[in-house]
Design a protein around this ligand. Structure first.
Ligand SMILES: [Zn+2]
Length: 65
């Protein structure tokens, strides 16, 4: 299962939960205050772990008109 990040709307704590896709958008219990106010953070996965970078290989789309 993927790990999702949640932020508590009550106390502002950010926490991670291992959660299935079907349950990821349900409110999650905050480990800080115990309220079920954890709202999922939609992470920008391009910022994490680099990802594949394409260097070169753009196959010369310049020059055609
Ligand atoms: Zn909280």
């Amino acid at each position: 299962m993927p790990i999702y990040e949640y932020i508590c709307e009550k106390c502002g704590s950010v926490f991670e939960e291992l959660e299935s896709v079907t349950n990821r958008d349900k409110p999650h219990e905050c480990p800080g205050c115990g309220e079920k106010k954890g709202r999922r953070i939609v992470s920008t996965f391009s910022a994490k772990s680099g990802g594949p970078t394409f260097t070169g290989g753009s196959c010369g789309r310049r020059g055609f008109s």
